[in-house]
Design a protein around this ligand. Structure first.
Ligand SMILES: Nc1ncnc2c1ncn2[C@@H]1O[C@H](COP(=O)(O)OP(=O)(O)O)[C@@H](O)[C@H]1O
Ligand SMILES: C[C@@](O)(CCOP(=O)(O)O)CC(=O)O
Ligand SMILES: [Mg+2]
Length: 388
């Protein structure tokens, strides 16, 4: 039974503190939810069509449910036949970004495997996250779609059972959302580790390794400067490049990935120690780990001159930075100490902005995937959706 009301769902972006790329090869990553979110609004329709509006990638189109159903036989044979979905998503509208629509088609058709009818709905996805910048926009998109579609078709409960503001699902339901979102990430990334959709689902801070998710119950409030180089890049291409290098130089690359794993472990130990009593020595270790990991990420081939500029500018002011996410451009994080002079931060932000980068201060840790009452949405989100 599909729900017959407007549904608002959101999921956070993420910052990987340590472990990007190594986590694809079975090492540990530490990742935290980011207070920039992706939102999906789903409204019932009665005309057997699906209206899709994805303003962040400039895509707006309509599918007939009947068109989707023509894909079912081949999809049910082998859901991994993603080319069918990409062709469907691409040819129908000549859309430049078929991955997003292929994810949508994939998740829609997955509902049929659950024995659910394909609902006729109006879907709008709008994000506060820059896409393709290393902040997990793809995962936030997949988590929102998975949660909204599973709720809409009644596969998981509608948490909006009473009129409170932000509600969430049970652990079992969150597991299902995460698994389906991971399938969506495979369409976009090709070979994702699953860390991004895990953080999008559960939020907070977590340790991730080979599918095992360990929430980091208590971590200190870390302030970071997030800088977007605005250099576009594709996570899928970068992940494939690291795999190629690993196959070409296994004896050289494996020790580097193992060292990144050790950096993640040491960072986790220090963060835990900080919750028992914070000292400036802790920050010194965190800064050393950032420098070591950034060096390793350059060695495995995912650095970029724009990221090096961020490292040099911040280092000239005594701050330490590393890329976050797939690298090759996108975003970097800079650790701000509790005793970092605000004037220094402002100077650094100005210098980085002069390079054309976008900077914003934030703190780590954000709520995972959530349902919202329209009245509980913040003004900027309400304003964005009012025009869509
Ligand atoms: N809000 C959105 N609407 C539609 N598609 C999105 C959105 N956010 C992300 N995507 C999809 O995810 C892709 C970016 O994923 P990726 O390369 O992994 O970068 P990121 O670091 O942002 O996760 C986009 O090209 C698009 O296909
Ligand atoms: C590079 C990687 O470790 C993180 C990718 O993050 P993003 O898509 O750039 O936000 C890939 C993965 O873990 O799936
Ligand atoms: Mg991604």
């Amino acid at each position: 039974m599909t729900i017959e009301r407007e549904l608002f769902v959101s999921a956070p972006g993420k910052v990987i503190l340590h472990g990007e790329h190594a986590v694809v090869h079975g090492k540990m990553a530490l990742a935290v939810g980011l207070n920039l979110r992706t939102f999906i609004r789903m409204r019932p329709r009665k005309d057997d069509t699906v209206l899709i509006n994805l303003p962040n990638i400039g895509t707006k189109l309509r599918w007939d449910i009947a068109q989707l159903q023509t894909l079912l036989p081949s999809f049910q044979d082998d859901p991994q036949k993603l080319e069918i979905l990409k062709n469907f998503a691409g040819i129908i509208e000549g859309c430049k970004d078929t991955e997003s629509l292929a994810v949508l088609a994939f998740l829609y058709l997955y509902l049929s495997i659950c024995g659910r009818d394909l609902p006729s709905v109006d879907i709008v996805v709008w994000s506060q996250l820059p896409t393709g910048a290393g902040l997990g926009s793809s995962a936030a998109y997949c988590v929102c779609l998975a949660a909204a579609l599973l709720t809409y078709c009644g596969r998981i409960d509608d948490p909006m059972c009473d009129e409170t503001t932000i509600l969430r699902w049970s652990q079992t339901e969150l597991d299902l959302i995460n698994q389906l979102a991971f399938q969506g990430e495979k369409v976009i990334h090709g070979n994702p580790s699953g860390v991004d959709n895990a953080v999008g689902t559960w939020g907070g801070a977590l340790q991730y390794q080979s599918g095992s998710i360990t929430p980091m119950e208590r971590i200190p409030v870390l302030h970071i400067l997030l800088t977007n180089t605005k250099v576009p890049r594709s996570t899928k291409v970068l992940v494939a490049g690291v795999k190629e290098k690993l196959l070409k130089f296994p004896d050289i690359m494996e020790p580097v990935l193992s060292s990144i794993h050790a950096v993640s472990q040491e960072c986790q130990r220090v963060l835990k120690e900080m919750t028992a009593g914070l000292s400036m020595d802790h920050y010194t270790v965190l800064e050393e780990l950032i420098d070591i990991n950034q060096h390793h990420l350059n060695v495995i081939g995912v650095g970029h001159s724009s990221l090096e500029t961020i490292c040099q500018v911040t280092k000239s002011h005594g701050l330490h930075s590393k890329l976050t996410g797939a690298g090759g451009g996108g975003c970097a994080i800079t650790l701000l100490r509790t005793d970092t002079d605000h004037a220094v931060v402002e100077t650094v932000k100005q210098e980085l902005t002069n390079y054309g980068f976008q900077c914003w201060e934030t703190s780590i840790g954000a709520l995972g995937v959530s349902v919202h009452l329209p009245s509980s949405l913040t003004e900027d989100v309400r304003e964005a959706f009012s025009n869509l």
